[in-house]
Design a protein around this ligand. Structure first.
Ligand code: ADP
Ligand code: MG
Length: 360
């Protein structure tokens, strides 16, 4: 069969997989016309919200096409990410699925750009047209996608440094890109050329999004658990959270300085477990003194979490605010006296419904 017929055949096959409605197909044909892509190959992932295809550029470069599905139903649980986003403030076309997925695709493009600009490892974004996002295809061997961290065969001796790399990445994401991934786990990290690459950032939120710090906590829980299970001596949830959000000026955003800090923090860790234990199961070598920060982390996991960093409970500052008679602006207004208590108890206070905007 001719190349053209062959290509048409592939497009038709893709269409029958139901993502490619006529309009999406038209977008792809236009991309072919403009020389962005040469042909669309197989589907490498079918997800709830999008499918990912392998494509080739006219120069035979490997390309990934993330094609958002235009059916509305699967998008309803996205409300949580959208609420509080400036650009979605005026409703986000809930009634118009095409418009909605377009916003998600554009958001992923924008976020990938921010990551790229901050030198965070991720697929390089190429372009977005409606529900089709074109990006670099991360490939270990010719045309085969790099494995997800979940499926990757990571050499055990690499694990501790990958853990450090990932925490530094999350911190860079937070302070430089001003984003929280919000769906970070071994499913959305690719292992490529011995490093970790962030993917799937369409739901990532601004660092001052009303739920940003909750999302961050979940992200870091996933990271901590994954590495801990594989024998890495992790910081624990609370400390890794502090590491990421700390605005300590001395924590320069230089990779080396951060690695140093992380090293120090890790060496302060009371546990005497080896950094990595070959079997990947370090349960037997755990000491009592370092029960994995389990208790501390359990408290933290169930704690009220401030909605922005400016809300972080700072007794001195808050006492000053109270003294000025401006206590109304504090998150724990109405439960005066809480300020000096541990954060756990602040948790018992319901999160205010209407935005406590920034205090300072
Ligand atoms: P979903 O919203 O469906 O989770 P993802 O962005 O996580 O979408 O992509 C789904 C899968 O497609 C990933 O787990 C990964 O295996 C593959 N994938 C996505 N982007 C790329 C890429 N740029 N290069 C290689 N594989 C990719
Ligand atoms: Mg994903």
């Amino acid at each position: 069969p001719s190349a053209v017929a062959n290509r048409k055949d592939k497009a038709d096959r893709a269409t029958t997989e139901q993502v490619l409605d006529p309009r999406t197909r038209l977008i792809l044909y236009k991309m072919i016309g403009r020389g962005v892509i040469f042909e669309v190959n197989g589907c490498i992932s079918t997800g709830k919200e999008a499918n990912v295809y392998h494509a080739l550029s006219p120069e035979q470069a490997h390309i990934a096409l993330k094609i958002y599905k235009t059916s509305i139903l699967v998008f309803k649980d996205r409300d949580r990410y959208v609420t509080g986003e400036h650009r979605f403030r005026r409703g986000y076309a809930k009634h118009n699925p095409r418009k909605m997925v377009r916003l998600w695709a554009e958001k992923e493009m924008r976020n990938l750009k921010r990551l790229t600009e901050a030198n965070v490892r991720c697929p390089e974004p190429i372009e977005v047209r409606e529900n089709v996002l074109v990006m670099q295809f991360l490939s270990e061997t010719e045309g085969w996608p790099a494995p997800r961290l979940k499926d990757a065969n990571v050499p055990s001796e690499l694990l501790p440094s990958l853990y450090a790399e990932l925490l530094i990445t999350v911190r860079t994401l937070y302070h430089v890109c001003r984003l929280v991934h919000a769906d970070l786990s071994e499913y959305n990290i690719l292992f490529h050329r011995s490093h970790l690459y962030m993917i799937d950032v369409s739901q990532s939120v601004e660092h001052d999004h009303p739920h940003a710090l909750e999302f961050l906590r979940t992200d870091l829980t996933n990271v901590d658990e994954w590495f801990k299970k594989r024998g890495v001596q992790t910081l624990g949830l609370r400390k890794s959270f502090d590491f990421v959000v700390s605005s300590d000026e001395s924590l320069e955003l230089e990779k080396l300085a951060l690695e140093k800090t992380l090293e120090n923090w890790l060496s302060e860790n009371p546990r005497s477990t080896p950094v990595f234990n070959e079997s990947g199961d370090n349960s037997s070598s755990r000491t009592d003194s370092g029960v994995d920060h389990a208790q501390e982390d359990a408290v933290f996991r169930s704690s009220y979490i401030p909605r922005t960093l400016n809300e972080v409970v700072d007794p001195e500052r808050d006492a000053e605010i109270l003294r000025r008679g401006e206590g109304k602006s504090l998150i724990y207004d109405g439960v005066i006296g809480v300020a000096a208590r541990p954060i756990k108890e602040v948790h018992e206070v319901e999160t205010p419904k209407v935005g406590v905007e920034r205090i300072v």
